[in-house]
Write a protein that binds this ligand. Structure first.
Ligand code: ZN
Length: 274
């Protein structure tokens, strides 16, 4: 899954990606965490992933359903909030929701309900919700947002998969570093495996870098990653060749050579080496 719009929370991202590849996404999630933790961001990403019609990783972020979901315009993504400012969802609203859930989706394969402040619903509203979680139509999915997961009845919680978001967002710099390390790992993997098409695709990451500084930082991370792999590999010839190439690229990056040229240089150098 592509959950990069959510800051931090690596464990949850891995949990969801594994699940999506395995048995598929669940029909009910409890998304908990303090204000600002990214509950709505994650809920929108999950809703988009469930409705996405694009190719590859979901949500693709580009297809019609993804764009509509991001803008809050998808008719099958329904935001349910209390009847007034700060008021929790009532039992009457849950009954209406139940009636609505039995009307088939408008556009997509699924209907996704986002329930605001589900932890503040009173017990009768929660019990009505429980019935829906147990007996709702198979195309309906429910995302219960909660600041305090303990505010939900145990019976409701047990029907939902729990996604507990970390309290604070990671600092922007830490996030950039992590992203860079990840990009370096992917490119190093492609260099090691030597599949021509894979390498051409992976090397495009150099083309997409913004600015000379970021490009240099990525190349530095890449050299480190290749060096670490070479130290452990049985056949290190390719990896050492790649390290030499990246050293050349790093010098070139200080001059007026752009990322697109560098990625071409890297691929050509590796293909020649075979
Ligand atoms: Zn999509």
């Amino acid at each position: 899954m592509n959950l990069s719009a959510l800051a931090g929370n690596q464990r949850i991202k891995e949990q969801l990606s594994l699940q999506e590849r395995g048995r598929g996404l669940s029909h009910a999630y409890m998304i908990s965490g303090p204000a600002g933790a990214g509950k709505h961001t994650l809920a929108r990403l999950l809703a988009a992933a469930m409705l996405c019609t694009g190719p590859g990783e979901k949500p693709c972020g580009r297809c019609g359903p993804c764009v509509k979901t991001a803008k809050g315009l998808h008719p099958d993504v329904i935001l349910v909030d209390g009847p007034g400012e700060g008021k929790p969802i009532t039992v009457d609203q849950v009954r209406q929701l139940r009636a609505d859930a039995y009307i088939r989706p408008n556009e997509g394969e699924r209907k996704v309900y986002l329930l605001e402040r589900a932890d503040q619903m009173n017990p009768s509203a929660q019990n009505a919700m429980l019935k829906l979680l147990e007996e709702g139509p198979p195309y309906a999915a429910f995302l219960l947002l909660a600041e305090n997961a303990g505010g939900l009845l145990e019976t409701v919680r047990s029907r939902c998969e729990s996604l507990a978001l970390g309290p604070a967002e990671e600092p922007a710099d830490g996030e950039a570093q992590r992203e860079r390390r990840q990009a370096a790992r992917e490119l190093a993997g492609a260099l090691e495996r030597a599949g021509e098409l894979e390498l051409l695709e992976a090397a495009m990451v150099l083309d997409a870098r913004r600015g000379r500084e970021e490009l240099s930082a990525l190349l530095e991370a890449l050299e480190g990653e290749l060096g670490a792999r070479a130290a452990q590999a049985a056949d290190r010839r390719r990896l050492l060749r790649a390290v030499d190439l990246v050293k050349e690229l790093r010098s070139a990056a200080k001059l007026n050579v752009n990322g697109g040229q560098l990625s071409g240089w890297l691929c050509a150098g590796m293909f020649d080496a075979r």
